[in-house]
Write a protein that binds this ligand. Structure first.
Ligand SMILES: *Cc1c(COP(=O)(O)O)cnc(C)c1O
Length: 385
C-alpha cells in the first residue's frame, strides 16, 4: 500500500523495438504552423498549407502534378475511379491488403499474378497469360520501394490497351535512371501513413501526368464539386486537412536526414548479415549513380540452410523484445474475401507463397541505434540461445 504512489510516478521505459518508428520533427518547430491555422481558421478544403505541400512535394519528388489525399487507400480507390477502371485488374498478391481492397471497393475483380523471385514485384513474364477480354488495367506495387520492371509492364499495357496504376505506397523518393519512379504508368499512388518513410500522420497522394487529370481527381476527392452548385461525379471526401498538410511541410524539411540514416542502417545490416548462414538479403537493384533507394523496409529471406524456420526466428526475436514483421504474410490472396478467386489458388502463385513463408522485415527507422542493430543481428546469428 505504502509503495503505491512511488510506483505510480516511476517512468515507464519501453525497451521494445518495433519494425518502424515514425520520424517526427521537433514539436517546437510545429507550433508556428498551428498558430497560423488558429489565426486563419482555415482547417481544410484545399487551404494554403494544402496548396503549399502539393507544390513542395512536386519540387522534392521531381514530378509535375500531385493531388493530396487523407490517406493512401482513398487515393487508390479514387485513382481507379479517375480512369473509370472496371472488369478485371491484374495485381500482385504480395502486398498490403489495401492494394486489392481498392479494387473490391470499385466492384472490380482482382486477378492475382505471381511475383519475380529477385524483386518480389509482379512478374511481367506472367502477366500476359492472365489477360482476358474483361481486363482493363494492371495495378503493380513497388514492393519495399524497389522499382517494378516498369518498361516491360508498359509494353504489355500498350499492346492490350490497359491502364497502369502503380501502388507506390512504399516508393517515396525512389529514383530510377536519375528520375522519380513515380513518373511511370497512368497514375501512381503514395501513402503518408505514420509507418511510411514520409508521414503526415495519415495521408496520401495521387501523382498525375497532366493538369487535366489532376483537376478531375481534385473534383473526385471533393464530392465531385466543380463549383458551389455543380457536381460532376459521385465523388468521395478524400481531402487532406490543413493540420496534416502543415505537418507534411515541416516533415519535408527533415526528410533528407531521415533517408540518409536509413541508407546507413541498410548498409550496416547488409554488412553484418553477410556472414550469417541461411539469411538472404534482397539484392540492390541497379547501379548507385542512377538508382536512388529509400530503404523503407529491410526484408530478409530465411532459407533452408537456416537452423530454424522463419516463424521460430520471428518468435525468438519477440522473446527478446524485437518486433520484426512478416511483410507480406499471409498473401492477400489467402484472405477470406479473395481466396475463392481462381487466380488465388496456391498453384498459381508459387513464388509469392515461398516469399511469404520466408520473409521477415527487420526494424529500420532513423532513430534505430547501431547497438540495437548489433543485438538484432546477434539474435539472428544464434537463434537457439
Ligand atoms: C500503407 C499501404 C497502403 C495504404 O495506405 P494508407 O495510407 O495506410 O491508407 C496501400 N498499399 C500499400 C502497399 C501500403 O503499404
Amino acid at each position: 500500500m505504502s509503495s503505491l504512489p512511488v510506483r505510480l510516478i516511476e517512468p515507464v521505459i519501453d525497451e521494445r523495438i518495433f519494425v518502424t518508428q515514425p520520424h517526427l520533427a521537433p514539436l517546437a518547430e510545429f507550433l508556428p504552423y498551428l498558430e497560423k491555422i488558429w489565426n486563419s481558421k482555415v482547417l481544410t478544403n484545399g487551404g494554403p498549407f494544402h496548396q503549399q505541400l502539393e507544390k513542395a512535394l512536386c519540387d522534392y519528388l521531381g514530378i509535375d502534378h500531385l493531388a493530396l489525399f487523407a490517406n493512401g487507400t482513398l487515393a487508390l480507390v479514387t485513382a481507379l475511379q479517375a480512369h473509370r477502371v472496371t472488369g478485371e485488374v491484374i495485381t500482385t498478391p504480395y502486398s498490403f491488403v489495401a492494394t486489392a481492397h481498392s479494387l473490391l471497393w470499385n466492384g472490380i475483380k482482382p486477378v492475382f499474378v505471381d511475383i519475380d523471385p529477385d524483386t518480389l514485384n509482379l512478374d511481367p513474364a506472367k502477366i500476359e497469360a492472365a489477360i482476358t477480354p474483361h481486363t482493363t488495367a494492371i495495378m503493380p506495387v513497388h514492393c519495399y520501394g524497389r522499382p517494378c520492371d516498369v518498361e516491360a509492364i508498359q509494353k504489355i499495357a500498350d499492346n492490350y490497351n490497359l491502364k497502369v496504376i502503380y501502388d507506390a505506397a512504399h516508393a517515396f523518393g525512389v529514383k530510377t535512371r536519375g528520375a522519380s519512379v513515380l513518373r511511370h504508368g497512368d497514375l501512381s499512388v503514395l501513402s503518408f501513413h505514420a509507418t511510411k518513410v514520409f508521414n503526415t500522420f495519415e495521408g496520401g497522394a495521387i501523382v498525375c501526368p497532366d493538369a487535366k487529370t489532376k483537376q478531375r481527381i481534385d473534383h473526385l476527392k471533393n464530392f465531385g464539386f466543380v463549383d458551389e452548385t455543380t457536381v460532376v461525379a459521385p465523388g468521395i471526401n478524400g481531402k487532406m486537412s490543413e493540420i496534416n498538410a502543415a505537418f507534411g511541410l515541416l516533415q519535408l524539411k527533415h526528410i533528407d536526414e531521415a533517408l540518409e540514416r536509413r541508407r546507413q542502417i541498410d548498409a550496416k545490416y547488409r554488412g553484418m548479415l553477410a556472414d550469417v548462414k541461411g539469411v538472404r538479403c534482397l539484392p540492390e537493384p541497379g547501379s548507385a549513380d542512377e538508382y536512388v533507394a529509400n530503404h523503407s523496409y529491410f526484408p530478409i529471406l530465411v532459407t533452408d540452410e537456416y537452423p530454424v524456420g522463419r516463424d521460430a526466428l520471428f518468435q525468438h526475436l519477440r522473446d527478446h523484445d524485437i518486433y520484426a514483421r512478416r511483410y507480406f504474410y499471409p498473401l492477400i490472396s489467402e484472405f477470406p474475401m479473395y481466396r475463392g478467386l481462381p487466380s488465388a489458388h496456391g498453384a498459381n502463385l508459387p513464388v509469392a507463397a515461398d516469399a511469404a513463408r520466408r520473409v521477415l522485415c527487420l526494424p529500420i527507422y532513423p532513430a534505430l541505434e547501431n547497438h540495437d542493430m548489433e543485438r538484432i543481428v546477434g539474435l539472428i546469428a544464434a537463434p537457439q540461445r
